[in-house]
Ligand binder design. Structure first.
Ligand code: ACO
Length: 310
């Protein structure tokens, strides 16, 4: 009886229990998880590109080792997340095909260019900082495989955030030119980082339902505000300013007020018209095509290995 299944599902949510792959779940819950987890996985994979751009030009062996580790972590995050999506009954090939043909999204943030070395620091501090703020609550997501993947991902994101902060600190306290480079990177990455949290709550199509299903635990605007509140004192310690003349403490709200976000820019980036959308997708497609021989070799190996055992 479907009503009984539905009641068991609702009772598990109400008791804050995890929904596991073999449990019954509403089709729309499954579809929304696939949508969000796939978008998240694609973001990790596409997100390797802007920073990989600086690996060969890192200013020291130490910085290069850190950056390589970080970019590899992102590949790993993408793989855990594709695995989490696969537990919902979709195939990795299908998801990649949707990414490559533009039918599934990835985060707006990765469509901006990394113009200087300081961008590596700004991405770590702001982009990974925003990612942690958004993802720590996902460790308590109602879907078990997604929640568990998030625990390890958040630990690694925390290292990413700290390396960015430390990099920016070194530049900020360096020569005048280095300080100016750090400030310029923060000026360019601040507003796009705020857009990562998604549209304002009254325009967020999925929030209400995702919160009822305990996929999301906080709204887009709540997490954006939390991020602003965390960043203001950190910017002060860095000796850098955030590019928002309206940013000020509001004692009545107990939060920092901030200026208006350019949602037209956000919508344009989502439509494919950001500064790097075309480049990111074409590079991803090329990497996939060039990796075809690896997938074929792995499949042949797996088949032979299976034969030898049987
Ligand atoms: N970039 C691209 N698309 C976005 C963004 C963004 N920053 N924010 C929202 N969207 C899309 C949504 O995917 C949705 O589109 P869809 O219906 O085609 O799927 C649409 O805009 C409306 O947004 P919401 O209704 O608010 O969507 P949702 O409830 O899924 O909230 C959010 C968006 C907050 C990004 C959520 O999906 C989430 O928490 N995802 C997991 C985290 C994640 O993906 N992070 C990726 C960047 S972090 C990193 O990779 C380092």
């Amino acid at each position: 009886d479907p009503a009984v299944y539905e009641a068991v599902f609702e009772a598990a949510l109400a008791a804050d229990e995890r929904i596991e792959p073999r449990d019954w779940m509403p089709d729309a819950y499954r579809a929304s998880l696939v949508r969000q987890i796939a978008q998240h996985a694609h973001s990790e994979i596409i997100g390797m590109q802007p920073e990989a751009n600086w690996i060969t030009r890192a200013p020291s062996l130490r910085r290069k080792a850190i950056l390589m580790a970080k970019v590899q972590d992102e590949a790993g995050h993408g793989l855990y997340l594709y695995s989490a999506a696969e537990t919902l009954g979709v195939g990795r090939e299908e998801l990649l095909d949707k990414l490559h043909s533009g039918r599934q999204k990835y985060s707006s943030i990765f469509n901006y260019p990394t113009l200087t070395w300081a961008d590596v620091g700004a991405i770590g501090w702001l982009v990974d900082g925003a990612a942690i703020t958004n993802q720590v609550p996902l460790c308590r997501c109602s879907y078990g495989p997604y929640a568990r993947a998030m625990i390890r991902i958040c630990k690694e994101e925390s290292f990413h955030q700290r390396q960015g902060y430390e990099l920016l600190m070194a530049l900020s306290q360096g020569t005048e030119a280095q300080h100016a480079m750090a400030q310029d990177a923060v000026d360019r990455w601040w507003w796009p980082s705020l857009m990562m949290f998604g549209p304002p709550d009254d325009e967020s199509a999925h929030s209400a339902q995702s919160m009822a299903w305990k996929i999301k635990r906080h709204s887009n605007d709540e997490l954006r505000q939390r991020f602003v509140d965390i960043c203001v004192p950190q910017a002060e310690s860095l000796g850098l300013t955030l590019p928002d003349p309206d940013l000020r403490w509001n004692p009545a709200r107990g939060h920092y007020d901030f200026g208006p976000i350019d949602w037209d820019e956000f919508r344009e980036v989502l439509r494919g018209n950001g500064p790097c959308n075309a480049q990111r997708l074409s590079q991803r497609r090329r990497a996939h095509e060039e990796g075809a021989w690896v997938r074929e070799a792995a499949a042949v190996y797996a088949a032979k290995h299976g034969e030898a055992r049987s």
